[in-house]
Design a protein around this ligand. Structure first.
Ligand SMILES: O=C(O)CCC(=O)C(=O)O
Ligand SMILES: [Fe+2]
Length: 338
């Protein structure tokens, strides 16, 4: 359970920026993260070891969702099979806004760039967790996404080493999670909407299901986090920051020490219009075959791929859409699959 906080803490990662990390500074950072995840479950991280700034990151969203570079035709080629049945990609790629849903957003999802061993799930799952990415034809977009992905994966693994130590384990405790990791980088666009749609909450309350999330939200803000008194605490935009939070599985791994805090996104309005908003969550995920167990050693553990497939059966982005599918009426061209 989260505590009754009234604001999210801000944690500097300057210790990770030093070429020769000082062990005292790392120990201090480890204890700050430990305190945060066992109280608020959420924090802003600043002084990030990332070469991408917010303009670069939201520039990717602007390019993908807004600029005419990626018209509906190009998006259609990248759409998941659920949305365009001629396409081969089931898990990575584009999903369109889903009319009628409470989460009116479109997204583009990317996994690791290296090939992964196939993961077979007992109930012949319809989603292929280890498929390759699909890309628009613009090589620079792909290169920028891959570079951001790699840096966020490195940052997440540094944070996990610090958490391992905080949990009384060796710094390498989470290394097995890195093997064939299927972390997801998601570009999200919540389109502007007129107030007649009366939609105030554009992302409904939820906890993240996985291990660790690194979220870039754009200056529109709107993120809110639930404290133990049942109050929604605003988590406004902080320049240069990334928001970090842990998911349900990490709460379980930590044997309940860490809290997966409920959060949602409120629309920011300007006159009668809800402003458009971009966010870029990065979900750190273990390999599909990784067995994730509590540090207390008192459970059989879960196979990550099975866990995530079960969770996803309830997520709006992975629901079949009613015909005709929203984005896609024309004949597709070949999709780009790596
Ligand atoms: O858009 C946001 O800022 C939050 C998104 C989110 O919570 C999620 O995708 O899990
Ligand atoms: Fe979330």
């Amino acid at each position: 359970m989260a505590t009754s906080f009234s604001a999210l803490p801000i944690i500097s990662l300057s210790a990770l920026l030093e070429p020769n990390h000082s062990s005292a500074a790392l120990a201090e950072l480890s204890s700050q993260l430990d305190k945060t995840f066992s109280t608020t479950g959420f924090a802003y991280l600043v002084d990030l070891p990332l070469s991408h700034n917010h303009d670069d990151i939201f520039g990717l969203c602007e390019d993908f969702f807004i600029n005419s570079k990626y018209p509906d035709d190009e998006k259609r080629k990248l759409a998941k099979q659920t949305f365009f049945k001629e396409n081969k990609n089931t898990y990575r790629g584009y999903f369109p806004p889903q009319p009628g849903s409470d989460n009116l957003k479109e997204g583009f999802e990317i996994g690791p760039s290296s090939a992964l061993p196939k993961f077979t799930y007992k109930s012949s799952a319809k989603l292929n967790l280890t498929e390759g990415n699909v890309w628009p034809s613009d090589a620079s977009f792909r290169q920028r996404c891959e570079s951001l992905y790699d840096q966020l994966q490195t940052l997440a693994s540094s944070l996990l080493s610090l958490l391992a130590v905080a949990l009384g384990k060796d710094a390498t405790f989470f290394d097995s999670y890195l093997s064939h990791s299927i972390s997801t980088l998601r570009l999200l666009h919540y389109p502007a909407a007129s107030r007649t749609s009366s939609q105030k909450i554009i992302c409904t309350p939820h906890t993240d299901s996985g291990i660790l999330t690194l979220l870039h939200q754009d200056p529109t803000g709107g993120l809110e986090v639930l404290n133990s008194s049942g109050e929604w605490i605003a988590a406004p935009y902080v320049p240069g920051s990334v928001v970090v939070n842990i998911g349900d599985l990490m709460a379980r791994v930590s044997n309940g020490r860490y809290v997966a805090t409920t959060h949602r996104v409120r629309a920011t309005t300007e006159g009668a219009i809800a402003k458009k908003r971009f966010s870029v969550p990065f979900f750190f995920e273990p390999g599909p075959a990784c067995v994730v167990r509590s540090i207390a050693g008192n459970d059989a553990g879960v196979v990550y791929g099975e866990h995530v497939l079960e969770k996803m059966s309830g997520w709006v982005e992975f629901q079949p859409v009613s015909e005709p599918a929203p984005v896609i009426q024309q004949t597709p061209e070949l999709i780009a699959v790596n």
